[in-house]
Design a protein around this ligand. Structure first.
Ligand SMILES: O=C(O)CCC(=O)C(=O)O
Ligand SMILES: [Fe+2]
Length: 297
């Protein structure tokens, strides 16, 4: 046999080399295809479990900043329907004429600017009021301050009710000067307000903040005094505030939702920008809950 032929018979790759070639030509691509397929499968599964691959609508934020300065926050679903019906039931027999604080008399009086009815719900007598105060405390987080440690850091919660023609004229929730808390033996003021809507079956019954004009508001044509029409500033499905022809912002009552705002400047004085009113009810009935957090002095 010629030498050249003999040589070619033995010059092929060794078995180890052949295995190396097979593995790089078949096994490696197979592994890569497998990895790609399994990734694609997981993605497919993820997509079929989350067909829209968008936000989960049940995770919608419940709070909206209306104004940073002064601080005003809108809270959706602050109270559940069952909490609302519990509050309305326990308060029903406790309504009397709404009081107004008279600084010169240093006490509560009646005033023609406030014609609603009020029911006081001391948390010690009304467990539902107590758990709602705890929620308010949670909402306020560390803003209550280190000396605020108990439910007495809130004024006694009140339900306020308006029938046709009843109103609360423009006013401030904080007192002009700190007021004595007799049982605590200390002075306090209402540093923040929660106003929670319970019954909203009424017309012309908004809460109006005449001096708050959030940056995000699109002013209506009336702003130029050319038209009498107000313009909604939110899409219909989310219409929880609207602008007001005379200026400011109006909140129509929506049962369960709450407004939260800060009443005091850092100095402890009233912040005049959060003056507000309960407009005279046209028809129907509005019931809401007042919760005031105290700042001690
Ligand atoms: O009735 C309203 O809309 C506001 C009432 C209010 O401001 C209050 O009770 O202090
Ligand atoms: Fe008020």
């Amino acid at each position: 046999m010629p030498a050249a032929r003999r040589k070619s018979k033995h010059s092929g790759p060794s078995p180890a080399r052949r295995w190396q070639i097979i593995s790089s030509a078949i096994v490696l691509p197979a592994v890569l295809v497998y990895m790609w397929l399994s990734n694609a499968w997981s993605l497919f599964q993820f997509r079929s479990e989350n067909p829209h691959l968008l936000c989960d609508s049940s995770q919608a934020e419940r709070t909206s900043l209306i104004s940073l300065d002064p601080l005003i926050i809108y809270v959706r679903d602050f109270l559940s329907p069952s909490e609302i019906s519990a509050l309305l039931t326990v308060a029903e027999s406790h309504f009397g004429p709404s009081p107004v604080y008279d600084a010169s008399a240093r006490g509560d009086t009646r005033h023609q600017g406030r014609t609603s009815s009020t029911a006081f719900l001391p948390p010690s007598d009304f467990p539902v009021a107590s758990c709602i105060l705890s929620r308010a405390r949670q909402f306020m987080g560390t803003a209550l301050g280190p000396s605020n440690t108990s439910l007495s850091d809130f004024s006694v919660p009140q339900l306020v009710r308006y029938g046709p023609g009843q109103k609360f004229d423009v006013h401030h929730d904080a007192f002009p000067q700190p007021r004595m808390d007799q049982s605590a033996g200390r002075q306090y003021n209402r540093m923040a307000s929660f106003f929670v809507y319970l019954e909203d079956d009424c017309v012309d019954c908004e809460t109006w903040f005449p001096h708050v004009e959030p940056a995000g508001i699109r002013w209506g044509p009336w702003d130029t005094a050319k038209s009498n029409e107000t313009e909604s500033v939110m899409p219909k499905s989310d219409e929880y505030y609207r602008n007001e022809r005379q200026g400011g912002i109006m909140f129509p009552p929506i049962s369960g939702n709450a407004l939260f705002w800060s009443n005091l400047k850092a100095s402890g004085q009233q912040d005049g920008r959060v003056l507000h009113a309960g407009l005279p009810v046209g028809e129907g009935r509005k019931t809401a809950m007042n919760i005031w957090a105290k700042r001690w002095f």
